[in-house]
Design a protein around this ligand. Sequence first.
Ligand code: BEZ
Length: 211
Amino acid sequence: MSIRLGDDAPNFTAETTQGTIDFHDWKDGSWAVLFSHPKDFTPVCTTELGAVASLGDEFAERGVKVIGLSVDPVDSHLEWEQDIAETQGAAVNFPMIADPDRAVADLYDMIHPNANDTQTVRSVFVIGPDNKVKLMLTYPASTGRNFDELLRVIDSLQLTARHQVATPANWKQGGEVIIGAAVSDEDAAQRFPDGWRADKPYLRWVAQPAD
Ligand code: BEZ
């Protein structure tokens, strides 16, 4: 099944390193990141899980729950997590889904047969409190993901969910943002009483709104 932005994130029940979960119950109205990696005991994946573990406080500050997945079984995940703690300086602090029958991988279209017909690619789904898919990323096995970029995108998603703004290329926390195209100048005057800078009628800049 292919998933598109704005779709409901499909629910599932799965075995994880922290017990059996019902995904929607586990998520419980939070933001969530569901990400897959190809295989346990592989080098790039080892660095990725260590990187995500080391960002645990960053995800928590944003109210984001994190859950990983590969087609390996729970025993394998748990044994590998010892290597991750030993070599990456951070112990895995989020559940890892064991998906040997590929039920979740198929549900989320994480196996791309022309890349590999048995292992999941490096998929990332950011799912909102409303259980809708807000963002999807797909990387090949050979390229480790940039999880600082994932945090940056989550910051943008959370900001744009609260305010009628969009974030420009390479935006970072604290940078100027763009007044959404659907906001008329009249509405903008209400929302942004200090005014804005317009490079073009459709390109209107304001300071990042405070939370
Ligand atoms: C890795 O994590 O290094 C990896 C996993 C699967 C295929 C290629 C590389």
